[in-house]
Design a protein around this ligand. Structure first.
Ligand SMILES: CCC1=C(C)/C(=C/C2=NC(=C\c3[nH]c(/C=C4\NC(=O)[C@H](C)[C@H]4CC)c(C)c3CCC(=O)O)/C(CCC(=O)O)=C2C)NC1=O
Length: 169
């Protein structure tokens, strides 16, 4: 698993370079946003269930068919599996925010996920929308506690969205 610092050092080490200006700028950006990343993790820790519920609510409002007979979130078992998946996306999204790197997502969340979803007919499009609603909910919480630049929150959620959408069959 990589973070912003280890991945950069690994990069420079393979070519035997000292940390140049680009590297320093890159690391400075990471450290400068560090306190905000941690505040976001703390906020999400205290409100995770609420955030998952809100994002799922937005998703089911946008795509109500999911909950009807024939929909993939129909039946209590599948509804719970869907909310559990949303909870995974939130928790791992926060790990990636703190790490400043999406490696943890590639390693622990995205590997084989498309294949699993396709084999169970879990629809990718609505899943991606759910992830975007989660992102919006986290950003709104961050704004509420006074974080001005919430752009660091986009990356992991957009990464999951991109990776999931890419090889949708
Ligand atoms: C930590 C990494 C990790 C992830 C991401 C993960 C996802 C994951 N979601 C699954 C199922 C599922 N995922 C969903 C999700 C949804 N259905 C919808 O209509 C919505 C669009 C969506 C919610 C937003 C559903 C309904 C199932 C159960 C499908 C079934 O068994 O028929 C399964 C199959 C096994 C199971 O049911 O537990 C996996 C592996 N598991 C993991 O360990």
């Amino acid at each position: 698993m990589q973070d912003a610092v280890t991945s950069l050092i690994r990069n420079y080490d393979t070519t035997g370079r000292y940390l140049d200006r680009d590297a320093i700028d890159n690391l400075r950006g990471y450290f400068e946003s560090g306190a905000d990343r941690l505040t976001t993790a703390a906020v999400v820790n205290s409100r995770s269930a609420e955030l998952v519920k809100a994002a799922a609510g937005s998703l089911f409002e946008a795509v109500p068919e999911l909950l009807l007979a024939g929909g993939n979130a129909y039946t209590t078992r599948r509804y719970s599996a869907c909310l559990r998946d949303m909870d995974y996306y939130l928790r791992y999204g926060i790990y990636a925010i703190v790490a400043g790197n999406v490696d943890v997502l590639n390693e622990r969340v995205l590997q084989g996920l498309r294949e699993t979803y396709n084999s169970l007919s879990v629809p990718i499009g609505p899943t991606v929308r759910g992830i975007q609603f989660l992102k919006d909910a986290v950003k709104a919480s961050a704004v509420e506690v006074g974080i001005e630049d919430t752009s660091f929150i986009d990356e992991p959620f957009d990464h999951m969205t991109r990776e999931l959408s890419e090889i949708d069959i």
